[in-house]
Ligand binder design. Structure first.
Ligand code: 26Q
Length: 814
């Protein structure tokens, strides 16, 4: 087939043509938005061509493919990363320069697709980039939320949520695929009938809507692989509407419209907190059913009804339990639609489903009320009941008479459907996201299942795409690395270790420091432009950015800053290297205490600014609306990365890896992937503090922890507690600081995340880090070694490991 040539001149011409044809204006008259559209459409043209060629290659190879099912994809802006992966950034830069267009201005026109809350969604996005870059055939599947994660405003130091209408001006990267639209049913009644001597089930009086896919191409890095991210959107079923209208049933006609309008309206903003909302259950089923219907249609095109080989051709990866309904839905399709026996369907299903767990926090484990499941998905519920019966029978053989144990392992129990048990019982693979997290799954969360089948379990440490988080976010450092060790690391991040010897090269360290300085200035400008706050680039930049959660312990950081403030105020001789504390975090809208912690941080920031001596050594900036685009500026500017979670609570963390790769030194606990960071970079290049996870468990089991005794023995903490109680901040709303204090000292379980317990150790680690920062050679050496040993955390490595241990897919050559 003829292919278009994309060079500087054809690109320029194409841009000019597009603004003329679409907007009827000349280049000089075009607005930034019009230019953004024209330029990205030329990039899209290039991707479309590759997409088609890649699809043909995939179909020819007839290999296995992974469907990565995730309720969230936190993509971030795509223009720069697409250009990098297409190896076209240089030529576009030249073309745009010649046309007098500022490329970075255009990039900031792009609305950010924030179809995720945090770590889990961002991981899915990194995985898509690595799957294509590793040339593995994959389709990502999710919901096309009309509104992504809320935008955060800070008003008087308080979080206010605003809607994120990211599709308002359209999305150039997506392409509808109307031919793959399919029907999804909710509710109704199940009728039993006999067909050819076989019992069959039909759903009648269901509410039906249609699922329409909008596809986004995902280009591999400098290769010919283009995968697809399929986002499902709902619409009312036309024919039903018309019939109802004809019957004069106008209200009935709009019923299906009602559901179609709400189902993909908005992303739920609560992460790691489960609430049994029926709309959320509908979202999950909507996405899962549409994806599986498509996957089976595709399979049948090639292999007819030879479903035995489905597990050789497709694997469905369940990203946390949110898409777990894929299991009963696959059973339903194989039995009710394709006429397979239960036994066949179960065997096939369990051989093509794999599950990753992302959290051990009890409150995040999904459990759906039986009644809700029965009403919304009656046939699915029947299948779950039968599955549960069979699973329990098998468990009984292994654990005879151990009813309590079986009760905790069951799919349905205590009036609820337990989604994690469904996954563990039915998937052929269960994995954790760091070595420690994998171990906790085996030793405690899923221990009883682990004993029955240890080989099912694995731990695969998370990763990040170094293309977005180094090449795109930190062009300064990328340039320096290329001139120092060549550009091999862009394809193979493991080659970053070639940098290790340069840690001892004073001239190199100087250049490395210059890059950091420029990145600090870039961030200072962003903060000035967006929030009107002036910051001094000579301060140490110390960042804690992630969702706001008690277990992540932003409060530990704030408490420590409060103590530093008191030291300065109380002792006129006290000095410390000037340090800027940056926070970036959204709180779930209904998480009241988290929102009060945001207020505390902002009030503390004011106190510091008001104090003439404190403000020469301390500064706090709470960055508004922390999102992927902000992270891309914040992380390269950071020198100290705060990773403070209570040991055993953060499954992995991925922000920690991004900071490390950009030359920040970690101050953290032995939790999640911090453990692997410690192993990679070496103990002398990281600041570890706090209890280890076994000690945390032991303390919790013994029930012997008394936070009060810590307050009694530590005058500095006592002083802060007194300030909190005295109305020193928020004098008109005493309940705010009282509640924060209460979370540490009162209630059934005081200080459940051991903030006070770890404070002393954290404070000591801070003293060491401040001492070392003043030894420039030592500090810069550490920073360089962090970048140099971060290659292990490329998600390319993670994806290769998934493929070796779980998916076993053939790479597409060429
Ligand atoms: C569940 C049920 C109902 C409503 C919401 C949820 C829900 C939504 C999001 C539960 C959990 C999440 C997100 C979890 C998450 O982001 N976990 C993080 O996953 C990262 C990638 O593996 C890890 O690095 C983090 O440690 C982990 O916290």
């Amino acid at each position: 087939m003829p292919t278009t040539i994309f060079n500087k001149d054809t690109i320029k011409q194409s841009i000019i043509n597009k603004v003329q044809r679409h907007n009827g204006v000349t280049l000089g008259e075009a607005s930034n938005l019009q230019l953004y559209k024209a330029v990205t459409e030329t990039i899209r043209d290039q991707m479309m061509q590759k997409w088609m060629i890649s699809r043909h290659a995939r179909h020819e190879a007839k290999g296995k493919r992974v469907y990565y099912l995730s309720i969230e994809y936190l993509l971030g802006r795509l223009m720069d990363c697409n250009l990098i992966n297409l190896a076209s950034k240089g030529v576009y830069k030249e073309a745009l320069d010649e046309l007098g267009i500022d490329m970075s201005k255009l990039m900031s026109e792009e609305p950010e697709p924030a179809l995720g809350n945090g770590g889990l969604g961002r991981l899915a996005a990194c995985f898509m980039d690595s799957l294509a870059s590793e040339q593995l055939p994959a389709m990502g599947c999710t919901i096309r939320y009309e509104y992504g994660l809320f935008r955060q405003k800070l008003i008087d130091g308080q979080q206010v949520e605003m809607p994120d209408n990211w599709l308002r001006n359209g999305n150039v990267w997506e392409q509808p695929a109307f031919e793959d639209a399919c029907i999804i049913s909710f509710g109704g009644r199940i009728e039993e009938a006999e067909e050819n001597g076989r019992k069959v089930f039909r759903t009648v009086d269901a509410d039906v809507i249609e699922a329409v896919p909008y596809d986004m191409p995902v280009v591999g890095y400098e290769n010919n692989c283009v995968n697809t991210l399929r986002t499902w959107s709902a619409r009312a079923v036309e024919s039903f509407n018309l019939r109802a209208f004809g019957d004069g049933n106008h209200l009935g006609a709009s019923e299906s419209k009602g559901l179609a309008e709400v189902i993909n309206k908005v992303l739920y903003p609560e992460d790691r907190h489960y609430e049994g909302k029926s709309l959320r259950l509908k979202q999950q089923y909507f996405m899962v059913s549409a994806t599986l219907q498509y996957a089976l249609k595709q399979f049948k095109k090639y292999y007819g009804n030879n479903f035995d080989i489905l597990p050789d051709k497709a694997v469905f990866h369940i990203n946390d339990t949110h898409p777990a309904l894929a299991i009963p839905e696959m059973m339903r399709l194989l039995i009710d639609q394709e006429g397979l026996s239960w036994e066949m369907a179960e065997r096939i299903t369990s051989r093509c489903m794999a599950y990753t767990n992302h959290t051990v926090m009890a409150e995040a484990l999904e459990k759906w009320p039986v009644d809700m499941m029965k009403n919304i998905l009656p046939r699915i519920f029947m299948i779950l009941e039968e599955l549960n019966k069979r699973v329990c029978e098998r468990l009984f053989l292994s654990y005879p008479d151990q009813w309590e144990r079986i009760g905790h392992m069951a799919i349905i129990g205590y009036g609820q459907v337990h989604m994690a048990n469904l996954c563990v019982a039915m998937c052929y693979s269960v994995n954790g996201v760091s070595q420690l997290h994998g171990k906790i799954l085996c030793d405690s969360t899923f221990h009883d299942y682990y004993l029955l089948n240890p080989r099912k379990f694995s731990a695969i440490t998370n990763g990040i795409t170094h293309r977005r988080w180094l090449l795109s976010a930190n062009p300064g450092l990328t340039g320096l690395l290329k001139e120092t060790i060549g550009d091999g690391f862009t394809k193979d991040a493991a080659k970053l270790t070639d940098l290790i010897p340069y840690a001892d090269d004073a001239a190199f360290r100087e250049k490395f420091d210059q890059v950091k300085k420029q990145n600090k200035e870039r961030l200072a400008k962003l903060i000035m432009d967006r929030q009107g706050i002036k910051i001094d680039p000579d301060f140490i930049f110390d960042t804690q950015s992630k969702r706001l959660h008690e277990y992540k312990r932003q409060l530990l950081n704030a408490l420590h800053i409060n103590v530093l403030f008191n030291r300065i105020v109380d002792d006129p001789n006290f000095t410390m290297p000037p340090r800027l504390f940056l926070f970036g975090a959204k709180a779930a809208p209904g998480y009241w205490l988290a929102k009060q912690i945001i207020r505390y941080i902002n009030e503390l920031a004011k106190k510091i600014d008001e104090h003439p001596r404190a403000r020469t050594m301390l500064k706090i900036v709470y960055i508004e609306n922390y999102d992927v685009s902000t992270a891309e500026v914040l992380i390269p500017a950071t020198e100290i990365s705060e990773q403070l979670s209570t040991a055993g609570k953060e499954a992995s963390g991925t922000g920690n890896m991004k900071f490390m790769m950009n030359g920040a030194v970690t101050l953290g606990t032995m939790d999640g992937a911090n453990v692997e960071i410690y192993e990679q970079v070496g103990q002398e290049n990281i600041y570890i503090f706090g209890m280890r996870s076994d000690t945390v468990d032991q303390l919790r089991r013994e029930g012997s922890y008394r936070p009060w005794s810590i307050v009694e023995n530590n005058a500095e903490i006592r002083k802060v507690m007194n300030q909190w109680q005295s109305g020193w901040i928020l004098p008109n709303e005493p309940y705010v600081m009282n509640a924060i204090r209460g979370s540490l000292l009162e209630g059934d379980v005081a200080d459940p995340y051991f903030v006070l317990k770890d404070f002393g150790s954290y404070s000591m680690a801070n003293m060491r880090i401040m001492d070392d920062y003043q030894n420039r050679d030592k500090w810069l050496k550490m920073a360089v070694l962090n970048t140099a040993t971060s290659g292990f955390f490329s998600s390319d490595r993670t994806i290769r490991e998934y493929n070796e241990k779980v998916w076993r897919i053939q790479k597409l050559e060429g």
